[in-house]
Design a protein around this ligand. Structure first.
Ligand code: ZN
Length: 433
């Protein structure tokens, strides 16, 4: 379910960077040296310039970045198996049957389902809590990437659960309504409903969901705002849609994103970005974010994920029918429209999305590459872009193998992004700084 909701909640989140710790001061200094070296090289060579940038992350800092990112690969597999265990607790150990009995005290079928679904959300959250603590709190602190105290983290986790229940429980109740009323074609209605739900969530997210976790406000007046607004006007972007938010309370990462849908679409940048980066670097980041906006990535994403959601639901229908006809009695699931099958449905969705990871990553990564190219043309700051890419690489493996990038990267790797920036620079040597 977590993976499913995650997929639905996908709002482009880009350029996330960790603050350098004291131990990375050397890297910071060498980055500056690299900026100077690359900028003053008379004969410009794309490969050697890219290599110069990449070599600014080395030794312990590079190992730490690789290890954090590669650990993420293992965690994806662990998450899948953990999800299987959680599903088995509901199906094999009888927790699901007890929940069904409790929900059965309500007369109306839809309300019965709603009670079961809310119980499922609460109990699966509880069962997944130990892994969440490790993944999202302990591990983040071990790598120096989080600013949250345990209480702060736990509060946000509970808020996330609340949002999940308020939005997710009625949606899943509707899904089971479709399962009962539309027979064999339920999956077509289910997929259509999920796509509408995805657009609805994207639409309300900047106005109702994001402000639960962070304070959003228009960027204050000043030369930087003027430069950003000028870039926005030059690219026909509504100028009032530039916001900043206080991400420093959660982490040391710098980020910016495009969120929302239709009239709520907006570009936001966080306070870490404003505090850590030079105006040129902020412009490079904003150029990238504006690229998402101008290239209509939000709408294209709905179409691409829409097609994927239809495929996922067709597969889900096939798997559910097969498993329930053979194991349904043992697991206490009467039919495909019985809400007792929810733990199985949730696990199967996670599993399908797990195997679809290279596809979803490639869909997102392709848009990120387009945004990079747009950003280079809009901001005309290839070295600032490369510097930001290196800062990102403090926690994202900078130079992965080709297939590793296709499977695990939802953004182009640092190497690819810098190479792109250096290629742009090579063609603009006489007209950029
Ligand atoms: Zn992006």
């Amino acid at each position: 379910m977590k993976t499913f909701l995650f997929s639905l909640f996908i709002v482009c989140s880009t350029l996330v960077i960790a603050n350098p710790t004291d131990s990375t001061q050397v890297v910071k200094d060498s980055l500056r040296t690299a900026v100077d070296t690359v900028q003053t090289t008379t004969v410009f060579n794309v490969d050697s310039s890219t290599h110069q940038w990449l070599s600014t992350l080395y030794g312990e800092a590079r190992q730490k970045s690789d290890s954090y990112f590669e650990g993420g690969y293992v965690l994806q597999v662990v998450n899948l198996f953990y999800g299987l265990l959680v599903a088995l607790v509901f199906l094999k150990l009888g927790l699901g049957k007890q929940m069904k009995r409790l929900a059965g005290k309500v007369k109306n079928t839809n309300l019965q389902n709603l009670v079961y679904i809310i119980l499922y959300f609460l109990l699966s959250w509880l069962l997944s809590f130990p892994l969440s603590v490790y993944t999202d709190y302990i591990r983040e602190h071990n790598y120096g990437l989080s600013n949250l105290t345990f209480v702060g983290w736990f509060t946000e986790n509970l808020q996330g659960l609340g949002v999940g229940i308020v939005l997710g429980a009625p949606m899943v109740t509707l899904l089971y309504f479709a399962l009962r009323k539309t027979g064999k074609r339920w999956w077509i209605w289910g997929a259509t409903g999920s796509i509408i739900f995805m657009m609805f969530i994207s639409f309300i997210a900047p106005v109702f969901i994001s402000p639960i976790f962070n304070k959003y406000e228009p960027l204050e007046e000043g030369p930087l705002k003027q430069e950003i607004l000028s870039m926005a006007r030059a690219n026909d972007i509504p100028a009032e849609n530039v916001y900043k938010f206080d991400a420093s309370k959660q982490s040391k990462r710098v980020s910016a994103n495009v969120s929302g849908f239709a009239s709520t679409t907006r570009i936001s940048l966080n306070d870490n970005l404003l505090n850590r980066c030079t105006p040129a670097e902020i412009k490079a980041v904003m150029g990238h974010e504006m690229g998402h906006y101008v290239l209509n990535h939000v709408y294209k994403g709905v179409i691409e994920f829409g097609v994927l959601i239809f495929i996922v639901f067709a597969l889900l229908n096939w798997l559910l029918n097969k498993l329930i006809s053979t194991r349904g009695a043992e697991w206490g699931i009467e039919s495909i429209s019985d809400v007792a099958g929810l733990p199985l449905l949730a696990f199967l969705i996670s599993m399908i999305f797990f195997f679809a990871t290279p596809v979803t990553n490639t869909m997102i990564r392709t848009q990120e590459m387009e945004a990079d190219q747009f950003g280079l043309n809009a901001a005309r700051e290839p070295d600032a872009e490369a510097h930001v890419d290196m800062m990102l690489s403090e926690y994202r493996k900078v130079d992965p193998g080709k297939w590793e990038e296709i499977f695990f990267f939802d953004h182009p790797s640092g190497r690819v992004r810098i190479e792109t920036a250096m290629k742009w620079k090579a063609e603009h040597l006489n007209d950029c700084k």
